[in-house]
Design a binder for this molecule. Structure first.
Ligand SMILES: [Zn+2]
Length: 430
């Protein structure tokens, strides 16, 4: 094949003097280390570039290069790269063999992802792979050892509801690679019921408590994904909002403190009432977004022992989630954590550049780096991949863009944000 022989020549020429063990031609060509090959970095024929750039976003991701000579590993034993020894018993074999194909050491913890679809053999298409195997493939390519998975924050009338019981089997199947959060399918729905009906009945409160209890017994490592402000992106995707200081959110904070389980919290930033941004103009969204930051601060203050992870910094849809705002809130509330998700592909084209962490060359902005250095113990990786068998979700590959930012950080910050903080906060075994 023309592409193959061209790549082999290119890879050979580049590799001989400089390749370190286990590096791929992809890593070598990726001069700025952002996890993508631009047409300039690729250096090959445009036709080959276009073929590899499967989603046509103008760059080749590490995942898109899979199966091409760009991903062929030369120069040494793969074991060199493994820092996570995998046991080879029973069902973990699939995980171990997926690990063997990895090109990056598996060291990081990604605290926010969704696997959609029921687990188990029935979930796999004949000859294909299920969501867990797809997730493992992108985790391996990106150096992720452990991924925290959870149901999305759902409303009362959501089609295709995803339950924690659908994803728990993934954790049982690959206990070294996944852990689970719960509540988006139950606790969040009860909050929405209360918001919609305008009342909070004893029965709702009892159900809320017993659902939380059941989740704790199932071995969750946190409550999530919960939401106070989730804008609709498509007509089949509802707008889901509630005041962050709703009685049930305050109750959840007390439960979180009691069980020492963090809350994974999705909320667009709205410091004061504002008109709906033009790019969100969509039937399900209200014309005016109501201020939520003051009520969010009341939630944070309600129980200082409840740790709250405000997710998706780096994917800002209102243009208000600034470095200055995050600095101020982190300074005021020691129980606030922030997880990072760098928008990619089509999503990156629609977000506000001013509050995006990377400049036009894909380099981390200086004010973001300064913020991370100021609060090294308060950030986490939360790439928010939505992995669905046989489907290209718009969030696909946010893991690659998020990790490309993490890899631009100094090593001590990579370790704090990618390993130490999540281990401590979610009390994960080392
Ligand atoms: Zn979310």
């Amino acid at each position: 094949m023309a592409l193959r022989s061209w790549c082999a020549i290119l890879a050979f020429n580049l590799m001989v003097p400089v390749f370190s063990w286990g590096q791929t031609p992809f890593n070598h060509l990726d001069a700025n280390g952002d996890g993508y090959l631009s047409p300039q970095e690729f250096k090959g024929p445009p036709m080959a570039f276009n073929r590899l750039d499967r989603n046509h976003d103008g760059r080749i991701s590490f995942d898109e290069a899979e199966g091409s000579p760009l991903r062929e590993q030369k120069g040494g034993p793969r074991e060199q790269l493994q820092t996570t020894p995998q046991s080879k018993t029973g069902r973990q074999e699939a995980s171990a063999s997926a690990t063997a194909a990895a090109t990056r050491p598996l060291i990081f913890i990604d605290t926010h992802n969704h696997l959609v679809g029921k687990a188990g053999p029935g979930a796999r298409r004949s000859g294909g792979e299920g969501p867990a195997e797809m997730a493992l493939r992108s985790m391996n390519a990106n150096g992720i050892k452990l991924s925290l998975i959870m149901p999305m924050p759902q409303g009362t009338e959501q089609p295709h509801r995803l339950y924690v019981d659908d994803i728990l089997p993934y954790v049982q199947q690959y206990p070294d690679r996944f852990a689970v959060l719960g509540g988006g399918d139950t606790l969040n729905v009860t909050i929405q019921e209360s918001v919609k009906s305008g009342q909070l009945t004893d029965q709702m409160i009892r159900r809320f408590d017993s659902d939380a209890d059941a989740l704790v017994k199932k071995g969750i490592v946190g409550f999530g994904e919960m939401t106070a402000e989730h804008v609709s992106m498509r007509s089949d995707h509802p707008y889901v909002a509630a005041a962050p200081d709703h009685t049930l959110f305050l109750r959840l904070a007390d439960l979180a403190a009691k069980h020492n389980l963090p809350i994974d919290f999705h909320m667009e930033s709205v410091p004061e009432d504002m008109p709906l941004p033009a790019h969100l103009d969509q039937a399900n969204n209200p014309k005016v977004l109501k201020a939520n930051i003051p009520a969010f601060e009341r939630l944070l203050d309600h129980n200082p022992k409840a740790n709250i992870v405000w997710v998706h910094m780096g994917w800002d849809n209102t243009g208000k989630r600034t470095v200055a705002q995050t600095r101020q809130l982190l300074g005021k509330h020691p129980n606030l954590y922030v997880s990072l998700r760098v928008a990619s592909g089509m999503q990156a084209k629609r977000i506000e550049r001013a509050t995006f962490p990377l400049d036009d060359q894909g380099r981390l902005k200086a004010d973001w780096l300064a913020l991370f250095k100021e609060f090294p113990d308060r950030f986490l990786i939360g790439s928010d991949e939505i992995i669905k068998s046989g489907d290209d979700h718009p969030s696909a590959d946010s893991i690659t863009s998020t990790m490309s930012m993490i890899r631009q950080l100094p090593e001590d910050l990579q370790k704090a944000i990618g390993i130490d903080n999540p281990q401590r906060l979610y009390r994960l075994k080392k």
